[in-house]
Design a protein around this ligand. Structure first.
Ligand SMILES: [Zn+2]
Length: 154
């Protein structure tokens, strides 16, 4: 039997038409000269050898600018309580982003009671994504160092 709307709202502690906050941040993709080879697509190593730059294709590099953590104010349009064995999840759909089909916001992950919590979550995501970019750059630097070493030995 489907629970009544009032029962769902009482269980969720939030009602249709109430406000919640979603973390948001901006991403901007752009093309730039490669930082490692300066656009030459070739890097000179200690021995004087030139290696193909691992970071870029033909001297340019796709970069991503991630920032501006903010909170977006949304209005609850649908509430779903997903009761599982291990945990119970609450999901919302918002009038602003579509009810029925659109973005699903999980409480505590992409939906928060206060703007401050949403901004904090957005800051966390921005930091994680920036960290992933730095990790990827470190991997590429290690790869180029290995190639340079192999060239010196060979
Ligand atoms: Zn390069």
């Amino acid at each position: 039997m489907m629970p009544e709307r009032a029962e769902v709202e009482a269980a969720a502690g939030i009602a249709i038409g109430d406000t919640f906050f979603a973390p948001e941040y901006s991403t901007e993709n752009y093309t730039d000269d490669c930082d490692w080879c300066g656009g030459d697509h070739s890097v000179r190593v200690a021995t004087g050898h030139h290696l193909t730059c691992s970071f870029c294709r033909f001297g340019t590099i796709q970069k991503k600018r991630i920032g501006n953590p903010t909170a977006r104010t949304l209005t609850v349009g649908q509430i779903r309580i997903l009761a599982g064995k291990a945990e119970t999840k609450m999901e919302f759909m918002a009038y602003e982003t579509g009810v029925g089909s659109g973005t699903v916001y999980t409480w505590g992950d992409r939906a928060f009671a206060t703007a401050a919590e949403a901004v904090a979550a957005a800051r966390g995501t921005v930091a994680r994504l920036r960290g992933e970019i730095l990790d990827r750059n470190k991997e590429l630097e290690a790869k180029m160092a290995d190639e340079a070493k192999a060239t010196e030995e060979g």
